[in-house]
Write a protein that binds this ligand. Structure first.
Ligand code: ADP
Length: 250
């Protein structure tokens, strides 16, 4: 994660609680979601959260390769989080960075409890998360889009998963940090949840929060997850209504 540093002279929050991009403290960036954009995979999803843009493709369940990785009683879930070389303002090395390896792991752990892996013994389910443009919150937006792509692939799930990063600016807890806020704010806390079973599947914290701020951050994340979950359902509904009307036209 980007090191939390003091914002210095430029305030990230006005005295009346308005952020540099005009948002209120509990306001999420504009989110757009779409499913089923790619044809050569089992499921796909696209998310835009502010300037962060991510596409996810899911393959499987399919026979696990290499075979020795196959589990007799369940599917294996594999993830890959990757930032496109053109996704950041600085040049990004095409080799997987330590950060990408860490995010790959936490995304898998955030999704795994939701996927009914025991229904598909000896198979693998592969989730490719490609960050096209990064403006903070890529692990959380990646999780939200990955859960959507898994659902679109028809993979049985116990619940959806949605995620948002909350943070702290000028001593106030805020929703969904952008890159400037992530870089210069006092704390960044990505949270993933299964909304219906009320389970947290990812919780990271960079920076410091008091106990009260942590609790406030968690309830703010819960509200963010609820908003994202509604949008996930809407994206799936739109896909099915548009494919039904396409069938009627045939
Ligand atoms: P997240 O994207 O989940 O918030 P981080 O906190 O590690 O993860 O990163 C915050 C943001 O910093 C990223 O979304 C991206 O905008 C920027 N960033 C991360 N890595 C790089 C990099 N190698 N070069 C330029 N910007 C980066």
């Amino acid at each position: 994660m980007v090191e939390a540093v003091d914002s210095g002279s430029k305030p990230l929050l006005s005295p009346d609680g308005i952020r540099t991009d005009g948002r209120k403290i509990d306001e999420m960036r504009k989110v757009k979601m779409e499913v089923g954009l790619l044809k050569n995979c089992s499921g796909s999803a696209y998310i835009e959260q502010g300037k962060t843009k991510i596409i996810v493709a899911v393959h499987g369940p399919r026979e696990a390769h290499p075979k020795h990785l196959a589990q007799p009683g369940r599917a294996i879930l594999r993830t890959r989080y990757h930032m496109a070389p053109f996704s950041t303002s600085d040049r990004k090395s095409p080799a997987p960075s330590r950060r990408e390896i860490e995010i790959t792991k936490v995304i898998r752990e955030a999704l795994e409890p939701a996927v009914m892996l025991d229904e598909f013994p000896k198979t693998s389910i592969d989730v490719f998360i490609e960050v096209l443009q990064a403006d903070a919150g890529t692990r959380s937006a990646g999780i939200t889009a990955a859960a959507l792509a898994l659902a679109e692939a028809g993979i049985p799930m116990r619940d959806m998963v949605a995620a948002v990063a909350v943070g702290k600016l000028e001593g106030r807890v805020v929703m969904d940090l952008n890159e400037e806020e992530d870089e210069h704010g006092q704390a960044d806390m990505p949270v993933a949840m299964m909304p219906n079973v009320n389970r947290i599947t990812l919780l990271q914290l960079n920076g410091r929060l008091t106990r009260a701020e942590l609790e406030e951050g968690l309830s703010m994340a819960r509200r963010g997850v609820d908003q994202l979950y509604e949008m996930q359902k809407q994206a799936l509904r739109e896909k099915y209504t548009s494919s039904e009307s396409a069938q009627e036209e045939d």
